[in-house]
Design a protein around this ligand. Sequence first.
Ligand SMILES: [Zn+2]
Length: 385
Amino acid sequence: MSDVRSLLAARLDPAWGRAEPSGLLADWPERLAALSAASAEVASITADYVSAIAAAGDAAALQSVRNAALSRESGAFTEALALVPSLSVDEKRVWGKALNLGRKAVEDADKARRAQLEAAREADHALDVTLPGREPWTGRPHVLAQVRDDLLDLFHGLGFSVYTSPEVELDEYNFGKLNFAADHPARDAHDTYFVEGASDVVLRTHTSPGWVRAMEERKPPLRLVFPGRVYRAEAVDASHMDQFHQIDGLFVDRDVSMADLKATLNTFARAIYRADLPTRIIPIYFPFVEPGVQMDVQCVRCDGRGHVPGEEGARRCPVCKGTQWVEVLGAGMVHPNVFRAVGIDPEEYTGFAFGMGLERIAMGRYGIPEIRLFLENDLRFLGQF
Ligand SMILES: [Zn+2]
């Protein structure tokens, strides 16, 4: 009998926790009473196992208590019950009953604790409606597309509609009909990409060939904008790329004047930058307009001061290079030679035109320091707009 007792107790581990078994087995008091009536010693040791099962914090802890009590090779109850047949008839009756009650209590406690742990694990993974949702990633238009669309909206409001023309263009449309002299430096291979094997086909260097095509196709009055990608054989640096984007505009009708041009450009500048931003128009030469002008806006980066605060006092503004002004576009009255090239009588019609670079406008508007960022497709950059 002492063998049975010591076998039962030998597997108890003092490191196990203890918890009240009633939370696990609702009829624990009755079971304990029946066990005690059969054998006070078995009742006490069974209570130790069941308390340890009630305290098991996870499946692994529970499994180790279960193994100690019930495993088929070395479980305390398994080995103790194996000794019963060698006992005397009276002992068999007492110990057999007590051990079977004890084993049943441990089995039921183990099953109940397993169910509790499983329920807790599921509750941890259950839907928590108080958690904030995960926003799906949806993407957005590229910053240049946003600026282009803003500009098209603006010009649409002024009565302009969109005209698109080819990126691979005839030399005649890119230069000749726009009044470029045959020896104009822009027609040189250093500045312009020519298509291999076709000396009269180029990648357009500006969106202005669209005017020629539109004027050949349609009769005035014309009020059109020409958005698109253009190419120049530039060395790439922080402010130059060999491809970029422009929007040209063309307005042809009777009695169109320089005043109409200035009003249109000022409306543009107020809408794109801000209503009170100073602008200026200064004369400049382009072959396809006469007179030609350049519109500048006051530098947004330095507020027209020409310098910005630096680590060691004020330094020259990196955007306007200290000039206080930033060029935003070129414009002018359409040259009579351009009208003649497309068969419009310059005595009957006049018109103005303008052209601007989307990258330059986006850089001024958002303070973007590098033109290369637009084509690098880095989401850390693109995600900011
Ligand atoms: Zn500046």
